[in-house]
Ligand binder design. Structure first.
Ligand code: ARG
Length: 491
């Protein structure tokens, strides 16, 4: 029978039910946040006169000792120090049992005024905040009332592991964009060759999406960074708890304003999972380009052996598995978001056990991206480009727009110019003569406003340099993007 709620029960749970109900197999990851929350809570209920200083010190010392013991041996690496028993339902009951074994019945005072409903909401928020912002300024194990409390958001330099991984990937793209700015390639729409672009311009197009992912992560932190502790089971705390002080001890920026909402709200998980799904989609689209371009038919890039695999049957194969897995994992990230939203959709107010289902997709999203982002960075840093193959794919037809633009500069309305160049392209196809090789007389037969100047059009470098407006593919525009992204990276 569970140590936390067995009083009104006369029979134990069926072992199947115990297994079904248990969240410790996955919520053990919250151990550190749970202990941090309990240390802060002990300080808060002591300030409210519910614990003597000696009781508080015993609880805090016991929790700190337990934290040290568990830190040495988290289940992700080994389970030796955890001594999990069959009745440990979740991380809260587990920590409370271990604390009781360590310090005796005084541990039973820790849950005064607190419910697992506000506790779990606090743990998940704190854990997620650490993933997003790092643990930098969180102050959890002191009760120095006079110490000036720090606002964790006062330092813009706080960066968590996910942001660092994104920044690493962006930096890889920017470094390559700078080094390889001379390389031209076809730009595509509908996977059809469209206009020439700089390879760097393509690299940076993805870097901008990843930069938005960084910004989005910082934006959503505001809604993660709220302390629900003190909301109780659903109705609030009957004791004189200073919730603001409690929140500050844990490093939260602010406190929740409605206890029903506090134990019910998983918007912050949904937002984070949307962020993760979109980041996954960005990785997937990037991967898709490179998968195509690493094919023999394109041959624009070769992936390093370090990020490719072979076939067990066909000796010649070198497969872009890293990129395919990046593309594939985006599906699972989207699935995590979808699953959470569907779980939340029909829930009645406040806490329902369904909410326990928020954690596995959350942990999975963090784990997936914690590995996927550095893999993407590795792929990008180690691939080889083949500028000759890219150049060979630059056909004259990619300059058809430039030919129309030449007529526009001579005063021809663009619609008409577009139509006339369409006729030129048809003529080239019919005669099998490359666009640039068509005699001027042929062009002038289509329209006399084609002049000898059009000979200058057939230059890919010139074409990209025409696109010098902000955001274009001209060297100066690409250089400006590099500078802007470096600023955003703080380089
Ligand atoms: N394991 C639970 C969860 O993850 C903790 C909260 C349990 N609350 C309750 N009323 N049973 O949501």
């Amino acid at each position: 029978m569970s140590g936390l709620w067995g009083g009104r029960f006369s029979a134990a749970n069926d072992p199947l039910m115990a297994r079904f109900n248990a969240s410790l197999p996955f919520d053990w990851r919250l151990w550190d946040a749970d202990i941090a929350g309990s240390i802060a809570w002990a300080a808060a209920i002591c300030r409210a006169g519910l614990l003597t200083a000696a009781e508080r010190d015993a609880i805090v010392a016991g929790l700190a000792a337990l934290r040290e013991e568990l830190a040495a041996d988290v289940p992700g690496t080994s389970e030796r120090a955890w001594h999990v028993t069959a009745t440990d339902e979740d991380i809260h009951s587990y920590i409370e049992r271990r604390l009781t074994e360590r310090i005796g019945p005084v541990a039973g005072k820790l849950h005064t005024g607190r419910s697992r409903n506000d506790q779990i909401a606090t743990d998940v928020r704190l854990w997620l905040k650490w993933q997003i912002a790092g643990r930098g300024l969180t102050r959890v194990d002191t009760d120095k009332k006079n110490e000036k409390r720090k606002n964790p958001r006062s330092s813009a330099s706080i960066r968590g592991p996910l942001d660092s991984a994104l920044a690493g990937l962006i930096r890889a793209a920017v470094d390559r964009a700078e080094a390889e700015i001379d390389v031209l390639m076809p730009g595509y729409t509908h996977v059809q060759p469209a206009q020439p672009v700089r390879w760097s311009h393509w690299l940076l197009s993805h870097a901008w999406a990843w930069q938005r992912d960084r910004e989005r992560l910082a934006d959503l932190l505001v809604r993660v960074d709220v302390s629900p502790l003190g909301a109780g089971a659903l109705a609030g705390c009957p004791f004189a708890i200073d919730r603001a002080a409690l929140a500050a001890d844990l490093g939260f920026a602010t406190v929740s304003q409605n206890s029903l909402d506090a134990v019910s709200d998983r918007d912050f998980v949904a937002e984070f999972l949307f962020w993760a799904a979109l980041t996954g989609v960005h990785l997937s689209r990037w991967a898709e380009d490179l998968i195509f371009w690493s094919s023999r038919e394109f041959g624009f890039v070769t992936l390093a052996d370090a990020y490719s695999t072979g076939s067990s049957l066909m000796p010649q194969k070198k497969n872009p598995d890293a990129l395919e897995l990046l593309r594939g994992k985006s599906g699972r990230l989207v699935g995590g978001l979808t699953g959470l939203l569907v779980m939340l959709k029909g829930l009645p107010s406040s806490y329902d056990k369904d909410l326990q289902e928020d954690k596995e997709p959350l942990f999975d999203a963090v784990d997936t991206l914690a590995l996927a982002l550095p893999v993407a960075q590795g792929v990008l840093e180690t691939l080889t480009i083949h500028p000759d193959r890219m150049a060979a794919a630059l056909g004259d037809e990619l300059l058809a727009t430039d030919l129309a633009d030449a007529l526009v500069r001579a005063g021809v309305p663009f619609r008409q110019a577009h139509h006339l160049v369409g006729q030129v392209v048809r003529r080239s196809e019919e005669t099998g003569c490359a666009l640039r090789a068509l005699p001027l007389a042929d062009l002038q037969a289509i329209d006399p406003r084609f002049t000898a100047d059009v000979a200058a059009i057939w230059d890919f470098e010139r074409s990209v340099e025409q696109r010098a407006a902000v955001g274009g593919t001209a060297r100066a525009s690409v250089a400006a993007q590099i500078a802007a992204l470096r600023r955003a990276l703080g380089d």
